[in-house]
Design a protein around this ligand. Structure first.
Ligand code: FEO
Length: 171
């Protein structure tokens, strides 16, 4: 059984994951408008990953006898100055999300909630990947994104991104 403190904190995290999806959909729309369909595609897949994260927390709360309570999702920004600025914002956001996950881990320890502590380890590992993939694109944009040719090459490459949906996300 999930206690109230832990349940409330995970509900907040569901909201944070859904906000992340909103943010990346907003970035996808921005890139589509800029004629950078590959970047737009990358961001849409990132948004889907965030919804899968929210779904994992949603399923966990239900499994542990808690109650999911959905709150309003803040509107994301609409505009960024460049692809580099947008990806720097992705990296910064993921570092923030990592800190939220770390706080949940701390809380699970304080609450002696070993099951939640164990469940959260997947997210600890996932955040390492999330930060690394955003940081890699930032570095690539710094190196190659300064010319129109380099930017379009990177756009084609990011357009190849694929994800495999986990079984619980195939609805
Ligand atoms: Fe759900 Fe990008 O962290």
């Amino acid at each position: 059984m999930l206690n109230e403190t832990m349940g409330k904190a995970i509900n907040d995290q569901i909201n944070a994951e859904l906000y992340s999806a909103y943010l990346y959909y907003a970035m996808s729309a921005y890139f589509e408008e800029q004629g950078l369909a590959g970047f737009g595609h990358w961001m849409r897949l990132q948004a889907i990953e965030e919804m899968i994260h929210a779904q994992k927390f949603f399923a966990y709360v239900n499994e542990r006898g808690g109650r999911v309570v959905l709150a309003a999702i803040e509107a994301p920004p609409k505009q960024w100055d460049s692809a580099l600025v947008a990806f720097e914002a992705v990296y910064k956001h993921e570092v923030h999300v990592s800190s939220l996950i770390n706080k949940l881990v701390d809380l699970a320890q304080e609450e002696h909630d070993h099951a939640t502590y164990n469940f959260l380890q997947w997210f600890v590992g996932e955040q390492v990947e999330e930060e690394a993939s955003a940081s890699e694109v930032v570095q690539r944009l710094k190196l190659a994104g300064q010319t129109q040719g380099g930017l379009f090459m990177l756009d084609r490459e990011l357009g190849q991104r694929a994800i495999t949906l986990p079984p619980q996300a195939q609805m």
